[in-house]
Design a protein around this ligand. Sequence first.
Ligand code: SUG
Length: 441
Amino acid sequence: MTVFQEYNFDGLIGPTHNYAGLSFGNLASSKNAGAASNPKEAALQGLAKMRAAMELGLKQGFLPPQDRPHLKTLRALGFAGTDKEIIAKAGEAEPQLLANCYAASSMWTANAGTVAPSPDTGDGKVHFTPANLAANFHRSIEADTTARTLRHIFADEKFFAHHPPLPGAIHFGDEGAANHGRLCEAHGETGVHLFVYGVDGERFPARQKRCASEAVARNHLLDPAKTVFIEQSKAALDAGAFHNDVVGVANGTVLFLHEESFADPKAAYAEIRDKAPFVEIIEAPADTVSLNDCIKSYLFNSQLLTLPANDGSGGEMALLLPTESEDNPAVKAFVDDTLSKNNPINRVIYKDVRESMRNGGGPACLRLRVVLSDDEAAAANSYFLLDADKIDALEKWVRAHYRDRLTPDDLRDPAFMDESFRAMEALTRLLEMGAFYDFQQ
Ligand code: SUG
C-alpha cells in the first residue's frame, strides 16, 4: 500500500536576517524597521521549531537560504566594479536598495511556491509553481533561485513537474502556499484546494491575484470540481493580514479560521462544504478574538499538524503556535476552548520564533507543505530531509558563521558580504550542492 505523508520544508534562516521595513502592509515589518536583529538566534529558533515538529513524529525537510547580498540583481541595476565596490557604491547611493538585496526573506517558505500532491493532479505527478512574489521588490528576486532549489531537491521527472514562476508581475501576483490550503480525508486521498485571493483594500494592496491562483490551478492539472476560489475580506487585509495564512489555516478535514477571513464567508463555506463534505470548520468569532489580536498573536499562522496514528485512531491534530499567542489572554483562552471541545485539535505547542515574528513571519510562514508518497520521498534529495543528527550539524554551522547582532547599517560594510558568502560556501559543501548560487558562478 502506498503511504502518503506530509513533509514540512522549513526555510533555514539565512545569516543576513535583518529588519529593514521592506514590506508595506505587513505591520510587524514596518514597526521593527531599523531595529537590530539577531540572525544566530533567528536560525536557531527556526531549527528548534523543526526539531519540535520532528519530535511529534512528523516528517521534516528544509530549503536552504538564498545568497544575499544578491550581487546579480545589483549588477543588473547598474552597480559595477568588484563585488566589494558594488556593495560600497550601493550602500552609499541607495542604502534601501542594498537592503532589498540583502533580505533573508526566503526563510518564509510558505511563499516559496504552491504545491499540488500527486493524488490531486491530472498526470499523477507532484506539481510545483514557485511564487513570483511580485508585490515586493526584495521578495520578487527570490523566484529564480527558488525555482532552481525546488528542481534541485525534487529532480526526478518521473515524479515531479516544475512550472516556471507566473509571468506578468503584479498582474499575476502570486505569493504561493500562503494563500492556499488543501482539505482531504487523509493526506493520500484526493484533496480539495482552497485558493484565497485579494482585492486592494483602502489601506493596503492585495498581493495575491485571482487570475494567478487560477493559472496555478490550471498548471497543476487540478479538477475544477475540487478547487474553490475565495476572496479574502478587505477588513482582514486592511487590518494587516497581507497573506491569508495570517487569518486561517486548513489541514486534513479541518478549516481553522477567523470569522472575518473571507469577503463572503457564507457563500465560501457553502461551496467548501459542497466540494469537501467532510470538512469541519472551526471559526474564531470576532467578539472573542478581534482581527487585531489575531494579527498581533498570529493565532492562525499556526501549523495545524495531523499526528501520526500510533493508536490506530488517527486524525488527531496538534497546533504549533508562536509564543505571542500564549501571551495574549483572549487568544490563549480561545485556544484552550478549542482544545476542550470535541474536534480533532487536541494538542498545542507554543514555540518561540520571535526573530521571524518581528518581520511578520510566524510558524506557518516558515514552512512549505509537500505531501509525498514513500516512492516520491525516496526520489527527493535526502540532504534536505532532516533527522536529529542533521539538525545538530546545521546548528553547528549556524553557531560557526552567524552574528548575534545585525543592524541595517552593517549591511553597508563590504566585509559582511564576505562573511555571508563564507557561510553559504560552507553550507553548499555540507549539502554537496556544487556551485549552486549566483555568487559562485
Ligand atoms: O513577505 N516579511 C515577509 C513575511 C512573510 C510572511 N509569510 C506568510 N505570511 N506566509 C513578507 O512581508 C519583511 C522583511 C523586512 O522588512 O526586512 C518581510 O519580507
